[in-house]
Design a protein around this ligand. Structure first.
Ligand code: ATP
Length: 310
């Protein structure tokens, strides 16, 4: 397990080219002086004061380190070393030289179902392993799914960026609005208590992008049309999770009623405004119904703003 070192990282590693960058720093190629082995260094700037908006809070870097230390799996980026100075923390991690999975796919002429399934299986194995340790990634998206080496026939998936990951404690209620809008689950948007299931939503979105089928293809998919007796038997034995479904449906109905009441109230208020204005100014016949009511925006609009600013 990596111990946090207080020495200068450059005493141990030669710093090379920039491989990528994120919100809080850069990832650079590094060469271990003692062994000559190539690694990647993730340089994270630390927040200088509590009031500063630049850099990361030390606590969140410590969480990322602690989570990476406990995740040793073939499909998860490995952590080698950690260096800390007053201004930054440097994570020395395995060098992942195959680039992003989606860039690799985009360069190909075609992607067979089998290849897509193989990639998805590896993503699920990595994520499944995290979940057995009560860790959720909370930022699964194509940019964070890389390939160890894209030149080999069956490239190996590596999941990166544990900056938003969280380890659940027994009975803990954890909420967060962070993540990437296209891939975050409804419970993140609704600021509800989260679980590892939020990752499965993101994997669903990624899968949908990889395998978007036509209606005809859907109709012959084994989930609808089993190919073998075993698939048919499995299907007849399994059932939809009715508890989740009923909860979802009740919430949907409640939101519809809420929106209806909100719309009625707004119409009523507009009517009143219209009446009082036409009494003040008899020439005014039209009511400016498209004016923004800033105090009473529908919940869905407020939420969209929150998620897009994260
Ligand atoms: P974000 O702002 O998305 O949270 P971040 O600051 O946490 O990003 P990462 O997502 O971990 O940083 O890395 C930024 C980029 O650096 C990645 O998109 C990838 O291109 C590159 N990168 C990250 N880790 C490695 C690695 N181990 N090997 C090679 N390149 C890497």
């Amino acid at each position: 397990m990596a111990q946090i070192k207080l020495q200068n990282v450059e005493d141990y590693y030669e710093i090379g080219e920039v491989l990528g960058s994120g919100h809080f720093g850069q990832v650079r190629a590094v060469l271990e002086r003692a062994s000559g082995v190539h690694w990647a260094g993730k340089f994270l700037k630390l927040r200088r004061s509590a009031s500063s908006r630049l850099g990361l809070e030390k606590k969140s870097v410590e969480t990322e380190v602690e989570i990476l230390q406990s995740l040793q799996h073939a499909n998860v980026m490995a952590l080698r070393d950690v260096f800390e100075s007053r201004a930054e923390v440097v994570l020395i991690v395995e060098l992942i030289s195959g680039g992003e999975l989606f860039d690799f796919i985009a360069e190909k002429e075609s992607l067979s179902e089998e290849e897509a399934i193989e990639f998805l299986k590896q993503i699920l194995m990595g994520v499944g392993f995290m979940h057995t340790k009560n860790i959720a990634h909370f930022d699964l998206k194509p940019e964070n799914i890389m390939l160890a080496d894209k030149t080999i026939p069956h490239p190996h998936i590596k999941i990166i960026d544990f900056g938003l990951a969280h380890r659940f404690k027994q009975g803990e209620e954890y909420r967060s609005l962070s993540g990437t809008p296209q891939y975050i689950s409804p419970e993140v948007i609704n600021y509800e208590p989260l679980s590892e299931a939020a990752d499965i939503w993101s994997i669903g979105v990624i899968t949908y992008i990889l395998e978007r089928m036509t209606a005809d293809e859907c109709l012959v998919h084994p989930w609808i049309k089993p190919l073998t007796r075993k698939q048919a038997d499995n299907r007849s034995r399994s059932s939809i999770n009715m508890k989740s479904f009923k909860k979802f449906n009740a919430k949907r109905k409640w939101k519809m009623s809420y929106n209806m009441v909100w719309a009625c109230n707004r119409l009523f208020r507009l009517q009143l405004q219209c009446k009082s204005r036409s009494q003040e100014d008899p020439e005014l016949r039209q009511c400016e119904s498209d004016q923004e009511d800033t105090e009473t925006k529908p919940a869905s609009l407020i939420r969209r703003r929150l998620s897009s600013s994260s």
